[in-house]
Design a protein around this ligand. Sequence first.
Ligand code: KIV
Ligand code: ZN
Length: 510
Amino acid sequence: MRDHLIIFDTTLRDGEQSPGASMTKEEKVRIARQLERMGVDVIEAGFPAASNGDFEAVKAVADTVKDSTVCGLARAIEADIIRAGEALRGANVARIHTFIATSPIHMKNKLRMSPEQVIEQAVKAIKWARQYTDNVEFSPEDAGRSEISFLCRVLEAVIDAGAKTLNIPDTVGYTMPDQFGQLIRTLRERIPNSDKVVFSVHCHNDLGLAVANSLSAVMNGARQVECTINGLGERAGNAALEEIVMAVRTRQDFFTCDTRIDTTHIVPASKLVSGITGFPVQPNKAIVGANAFAHESGIHQDGVLKHRETYEIMRAEDVGWGTNKLLLGKHSGRNAFRTRLKELGIELESEEMLNIMFMRFKDLADKKHEIFDEDLHALASDEVHAPEEHYRLLSLIAHSETGEVPFARVVIADGNNELHAESDGSGPVDATYRAIEKILNSGADLQLFSVNNITSGTDAQGEVTVRLQKTGRIVNGHGADTDIVVASAKAYLSALNKLYSKLERAHPQV
Ligand code: KIV
Ligand code: ZN
């Protein structure tokens, strides 16, 4: 019998620590439901002590998800652990993940604690966490640069205190695959009580080695991998879930373990996370990139047509390519619409919200005949937040013609007031943004503007992501529409709404 490799997804926590990837509570719940559907064992939903917004999001995920363990991160301090315990109260199975740094550089310069104090604090943290749950995970932060005998001492002490999972992070993505695998083997061999815990790994991708390091650790006995959809995460990101899962699944001749992931949900999960965060997936990205299964050269095409396995080691449909069901057309009824939303994990708070969404769906179906799951996710992202939004786009006229100066006129609702402005610009989007700025005068710095088509074809909805920065806060806004200038205006206003919202979190890392 194969060992079970536990998949611990941290898209909603480490993934969210990517600058600009912050997600709302509702977005986190939507992603969490997709992860649950996929069969992820543990979902790290956030860092409850980081902010009220993070606390509420972890609580909402804990109250919603039933089939996966829901985990909250906490520093090894009592106040953080209390917040995590409270946020996770509604979970079917809750886990508290507590951490403290163990490398000389972190202990001396960041924590300003002696090694003995670090051990003492780690043990206390496990005891505090166990007042809420027996399912406690401990991470010695920056383990990749920690001294091995000290690491063994800390880990032995936390096992004695009741930790059930020991997660070994390569926090700065510094280690090499053989070295990291050897580290896991050595810890398992040298720590006397190591048989009482599951060894986990959490690798960062600063040198592009997060997946290789994680797999090397699995070869050396790690039985949990922490990873994120699309490899999202702090700096260069974390190990990509899709790559870990498919490497282990494809090379069953090599690995003695397997995951319980239903891989056909991988591509929809990737698109959902990319759509919500606005982080596009590069075309040549393994598994989930648009070109991952595209054969361009004649020799390859010929080979694949004659016998698929000549050039394909995985089947596109096994990871969810082409499974986004063709939904309803403009003749579809409300019930079918409601059912599909439910299947996609899109919960609407009221009947009124469903009516608004349904009207938007009909409008879209008039413009675009085939509507896919991604279109519905984009509609939901637009509509679910609409009632909370202070500024809304009421109308937009944008004009561009060769040889003429582009021009835009916008009307924005500011609470109950209507505000009008017009401007020219270097293109219709620039003119629109200038007009909005004439009204709102935000002074925000536009850091990113990206347009992606949600599905294929020239009638597809364009999804625009805008990242704004003001006084150290970074927010992302999204807008979708078959008209990309309208989508651009919506995205800009959505980012401005977040910038002005008191509830929106600053960068959640503490
Ligand atoms: O990278 C890291 O060390 C972390 C820990 C909190 C596990 O994210
Ligand atoms: Zn990390």
